[in-house]
Design a protein around this ligand. Structure first.
Ligand code: AMP
Ligand code: MG
Length: 337
């Protein structure tokens, strides 16, 4: 199949919406990363998404709506706390897991009786949802396991020939996927996947915010994942990623001891002066790191990196999302110096 590159002009958004309505799948920009959009209520269209990504069938898709008020159409019940959170964070990078109704087929929810609902703020994604009139299931538009795409060219690289079209809406603002939460009581939420809506931000609305164990730890054999996506190796480029925690001086020594052909460092902007080895930088604070991380992992593959030592970010605020993606990219290989 020829994959058409569409612009963000209204006439092209109409084409994208028509494709989705007719059961095709389309790469779409959002404020987090690019998504692979399909009509969430159309089983055949959703099956194409799993197929194109090579995504395990038990990893559920998030359903995107134009407005949170439409969540009643696809869920059995919505707790009061969800409305409060929606008032503050929708539209935006927050996904709430809610009990689904029959309008969301089991294939979309990966066999679960819940569905992740998100209201994206990106004007292109928002407009395509409106024009299609469909709830849009949209996982990240990468090949399963590879770093998520933050530009239309990343989507083309992974999906060309497998999907109907990609809409170019420029580079993704946040650069990491949405924060996924479940609601556990009148006033408690659990973060299943960290993102740019941070624990601190959620705490302004909720009495208690729990960080799920699987965010920073590898699941043990037989342990059940609250968020099925957390069980898989994820976000990984071809290069071997090793996270290194500790001081810059210790990091430089460690890279030196392990240096050779194909070895690179991924460091903070503030580390670059006099840095003695091949390197790329990924920003100076957590927001920049989130924005740049996946792009850098892809670029490291493009230049033929085989082993990449990464300066570990601080797991605070948005940094928790960056840390969570990196520790998975590294297959939980962390060196502490
Ligand atoms: P992606 O589609 O690539 O952004 O990944 C979606 C993430 O959201 C995965 O880690 C899923 O496990 C998680 N997710 C989606 N729906 C649910 C749900 N109903 N319950 C728990 N986690 C979910
Ligand atoms: Mg993904």
């Amino acid at each position: 199949m020829d994959t058409v590159l569409l612009s963000d002009r209204e006439s092209d958004l109409i084409k994208a919406a028509e494709l989705i309505k007719s059961g095709e799948i389309v790469g779409i920009p959002t404020e987090t990363v690019y998504g692979l959009g399909a009509d969430a209520s159309n089983e055949e269209a959703v099956a194409k998404v799993f197929q194109a990504k090579g995504r395990p069938a038990d990893n559920p898709l998030i359903v995107h709506l134009a407005d949170f008020s439409q969540a009643v159409d696809y869920t059995k019940s919505i707790p009061e706390l969800a409305y409060k959170l929606a008032e503050r964070f929708c539209p935006g990078p927050l996904t709430m897991v809610l009990p689904k109704n029959d309008r969301i087929p089991m294939i979309t929810s990966g066999g679960l009786d819940t569905v992740g609902i998100r209201v994206p703020s990106h004007p292109v994604m928002h407009r395509i949802i409106e024009l299609s009139g469909c709830p849009i299931a949209a996982p990240s538009a990468n090949t399963s396991g590879y770093p998520s795409p933050t530009s239309a060219s990343h989507v083309m690289r992974d999906m060309s020939g497998k999907i109907a079209a990609v809409v170019d809406g420029g580079s993704s603002e946040f650069g990491v996927e949405s924060t996924v939460i479940s609601i556990e009581g009148e006033n408690t939420v659990r973060i299943l996947r960290p993102g740019c809506v941070t624990k601190e931000m959620l705490s302004e609305i909720c009495g208690e915010v729990i960080i799920d164990h699987a965010i920073l730890h590898e699941l043990e054999a037989g342990q059940k994942a609250a968020s099925p996506g957390m069980k898989y190796k994820h976000y990984s480029p071809r290069a071997d990623i090793i996270m290194v925690e500790g001081s810059l001086i210790g990091f430089i020594d460690y890279v030196g001891e392990n240096y050779g052909d194909g070895v690179y460092a991924l460091i903070f902007d503030t580390d670059r002066e006099g840095f003695p080895y091949r390197y790329m930088t990924y920003g100076k604070d957590s927001s920049e790191q989130a924005h740049l991380l996946f792009q850098r992992l892809r670029e490291l593959d493009d230049i033929g990196a085989e082993k990449v030592y990464v300066r570990a970010p601080s797991p605070e605020g948005v940094g928790l999302a960056v840390y969570n993606r990196l520790i998975r990219a590294a297959g939980f290989e962390v060196i502490r110096i």
